[in-house]
Design a protein around this ligand. Structure first.
Ligand SMILES: [Zn+2]
Length: 421
């Protein structure tokens, strides 16, 4: 079957897809050291080949280094200041409510996926976490004008995918595996396997595959369990290449151990600390908060603070910067500018923590007993740099850009416009 290569535009950027299949992958929580550890043991021959005959380098993700933020950036090609998704969770000042931001209602941009589908591509997006599906399915699933006949489903709810709501039926039979448990490596491998099957079966020719970071939260790079996981990932990436796809791979964020030398979680409880220093109540929002608490106990290296109306932010900012473990503090306007965040969805102060430090509210609000193994997490500056790989060599202009400051959300641009083919 012929593959459409009609150009389309999203957020002012023109995309010229090749007349061959395209697969863009976001490996959740995949710091470059995971790839290094697996490659050093010869477990990822396919991705290693990308480094020789395509491209392997690093890119900068969007802050906060969280999943929703970066997946939204990758599928729109723009930073959070434009697409509006700046956490899993935020305090809606207008509503006076803490709300989840995992719905397309918060997305302020069309996606590359929907635009590609309107340009005649058979688009499929597969995510491990159901929480992301709504954002990915935006303007994609269903008939026009609301949709564009695309496919979108999660491995978490693979068994409930239906043509009317997901653009596809019988996913478990297609993949040859039952719906996996969300707290498993299989939740991610199912995504890659499903992508390969859709491609091989001619059901899709333009794909976005997004895994989950349960394994990375749980295991450091050299653990046998995760080495095994990456060997499997590499196998399915090889299947995508073998099916003729141009493949681009990046991550939403890296992952670091947030532990004391004795292995216990290294948590700075901001609400408790500030309560002992200031007379007024300061609301601490942790935008990592999501339903998958086993991953991180809602502890990450990024926090947003809301002060009571009229209270000055400078004394609080000054006090925070004096604390060991806090690396950056920005007022609202500076945060919006320097971190490319939507001004209207921020608090009064934005706080980032060190490489081995996470920010919490109060000890009572975090159940550390749910954490399996030690605490590994993300959200801050130190999980910002991520792998950036392409199966094909880059054109000179794109190679120069890759050597500068490429962003992980430029991956569709690099894959569609930047490869020699
Ligand atoms: Zn995570």
């Amino acid at each position: 079957m012929s593959i459409a290569n009609i150009p389309f535009t999203v957020q002012g950027r023109r995309y010229g897809p090749p007349a061959r299949p395209v697969a863009v992958l976001c490996l959740d929580g995949c710091g470059d050291e995971y790839l290094d550890a697996a490659m050093a043991r010869g477990l990822m021959p396919q991705l290693q080949a990308f480094g020789r005959t395509g491209y392997r380098g690093m890119a900068r993700s969007a802050l906060p280094s969280f999943t929703n933020v970066n997946n939204s950036s990758i599928v729109t090609g723009v930073p959070p200041s434009v697409h509006g998704i700046c956490g899993n969770f935020f305090f809606d000042v207008a509503r006076g409510q803490e709300v989840m931001m995992n719905s397309a209602e918060y997305l302020r941009s069309g996606t590359i996926l929907a635009a590609a589908a309107r340009a005649g591509r058979r688009v499929a997006v597969i995510t491990a976490k159901e929480k992301l599906r709504d954002i990915f399915a935006h303007q994609l699933v269903g008939p026009p004008p609301g949709g564009a006949h695309g496919i979108a489903f999660s491995s978490e709810r693979a068994g409930s995918a239906r043509v009317a709501t997901h653009g596809v039926d019988g996913v478990e039979a297609l993949v040859g595996a039952p719906t996996p448990a969300i707290y498993s490596g299989e939740a991610s491998l199912f995504v890659l396997r499903a992508g390969a099957k859709l491609l091989e079966g001619g059901m899709a020719d333009f794909m976005y595959l997004s895994t989950t970071d349960y394994m990375q939260h749980r295991y450091p790079p050299e653990a046998p369990e995760i080495l095994d996981f990456y060997r499997e990932c590499d196998h399915w990436i090889g299947r995508l290449v073998a099916a003729g796809a141009v493949v681009g791979v990046t991550a939403d964020h890296g992952m670091n151990a947030k532990q004391q030398p004795d292995g216990s979680p290294n948590v700075l409880y901001l609400e408790s600390m500030l309560a002992s220093l200031f007379e007024f109540d300061i609301r601490v929002i942790l935008p990592i908060t999501d339903p998958y608490v086993v991953h991180h106990g809602s502890l990450g290296s990024f926090a947003v603070l809301h002060l009571p109306p009229g209270e000055a932010v400078e004394p609080v900012a000054r006090c925070l910067l004096q604390q060991t473990g806090i690396t950056e503090v920005y007022d609202r306007h500076t945060a919006a500018r320097k971190l490319e965040l939507p001004l209207d969805r921020l608090g009064d102060l934005v706080v980032l923590a060190g490489r081995d430090v996470v920010l919490g509210r109060t000890p009572a609000q975090h159940d550390l007993s749910v954490l399996e193994g030690g605490l590994r997490s993300h959200g801050g500056r130190y999980e910002e740099m991520v792998p950036f790989l392409l199966s094909e060599p880059l054109r000179p202009e794109y190679l120069r850009r890759a050597h500068g400051d490429p962003r992980n959300f430029d991956l569709f641009d690099f894959t569609l416009n930047g490869t020699e083919r």
